[in-house]
Ligand binder design. Structure first.
Ligand code: ATP
Ligand code: MG
Length: 324
């Protein structure tokens, strides 16, 4: 079985973009790959955050992921900061990454926005830590949303550089995209993000789903109810793919184009299907206890540490470091 790894930051509530872009796939891929899933708390320190609720956010994210169907019997499920080798390998890769290539990363440009001079070195070198997360486990496949494809390309470049300087060692990982790799935010301005408050939380109740969906941005060219719509550019239509049956998606597509249905009709159907799909996740979430989740994460960290230690022993040797 090929090894697969992916991670998610404890920067806020898991949303339907994370779910349709990555997590739904994570669940489906279990059993077909040797799966490693990681809550990347060190990445969540690259922007200002509140240390008083970091551990709670990490625990809640773990609980939500378990509720989505991450199965600790099938996957190594752990928290990044519990495996110290992530930062050790990140430093080594930092010495292979160039300022030029890191400067071209669009996520850094977006997240540092107007305050480039005040952005932390951690935010700038974020992709290096991400490369370390992947290479530490010699993962070959990385299921992510479209926003992470550039970081994956960077990981492949650093991986090739390591292999050509120190000898063939790491397999080059490839990104695996879902059928809905980019969900836009409810404001239609940028992608849906935990940290931008433009999202539908995965644990939203049916009422919350509807109150968020009804004001969501749709097709800007469809100003009046009887204007023909353009489902191919409408975020609501994209989200339908993730929650509605194929036949319904097909009928919405033609009914929108011919203005048989309006945006509110389309949103109502989506709200209903989304609520139905997410109900079992909300139920499982509320049945999970903190102690249970901590135990699962403890066992996951132990399994991850074994692999990480093995990789680093070989890496140190390849780098020519003195061993005692
Ligand atoms: P933040 O705003 O803190 O960066 P985020 O919502 O972007 O949070 P991440 O933890 O950075 O979430 O990413 C977790 C996974 O979810 C990644 O695989 C990422 O590609 C995917 N993802 C994030 N946002 C979207 C989206 N809008 N559509 C599809 N996939 C997404
Ligand atoms: Mg992100």
């Amino acid at each position: 079985m090929q090894r697969l790894l992916s991670g998610i930051q404890p920067t806020g509530e898991l949303h339907i973009g994370n779910y349709l872009g990555a997590v739904k796939n994570w669940v489906l891929l279990q059993g077909s790959y040797e799966t490693f899933y990681c809550i990347v708390d060190l990445h969540a320190m690259t922007l200002p955050y509140d240390p008083n609720d970091m551990s709670q956010r990490t625990l809640e994210l773990a609980k939500t992921l378990l509720a989505c169907g991450i199965d600790p019997e099938l996957s190594v499920f752990f928290v990044q900061s519990h495996v110290k080798e992530h930062t050790e390998l990140a430093w080594i890769l930092m010495c292979l990454a160039t300022m030029g290539e890191l400067s071209r990363m669009t996520q850094f440009k977006e997240k540092s926005s107007e305050q480039k001079e005040l952005a932390t070195a951690g935010l700038f070198t974020y992709p290096v830590l991400q490369a370390a997360d992947i290479l530490l486990y010699k993962a070959e496949v990385v299921p992510v949303g479209e926003d992470q494809v550039q970081h994956l390309e960077f990981t492949r470049d650093v991986c090739r550089r390591f292999n050509s300087r120190f000898g063939e060692f790491f397999p080059a990982p490839r990104a695996l995209l879902s059928t809905t790799p980019r969900i836009m935010g409810l404001d239609g301005q940028t992608k849906m993000s935990k940290s931008r408050n433009n999202h539908i939380p995965l644990l939203a109740t049916p009422d919350q789903i509807w109150s968020l969906l009804k004001g969501a941005y749709t097709d800007p060219a469809r100003l009046r109810r009887y204007d023909p719509g353009h489902p191919e550019i409408c975020n609501i239509f994209t989200i339908h793919h993730g929650f509605s049956a194929q036949e319904l998606v097909a009928s919405i597509e033609s009914d929108c184009k011919t203005a048989k249905i309006g945006c509110m009709d389309c949103k109502k159907m989506l709200a209903q299907n989304m609520a139905q799909n997410l109900e079992p996740i909300r139920e499982r979430y509320s049945s999970l206890k903190d102690a249970q989740v901590l135990e699962i994460l403890g066992a996951g960290a132990k399994k991850a540490q074994v692999v990480a230690k093995e990789t680093m022993a070989e890496v140190r040797q390849k780098l020519g470091l003195l061993s005692l």
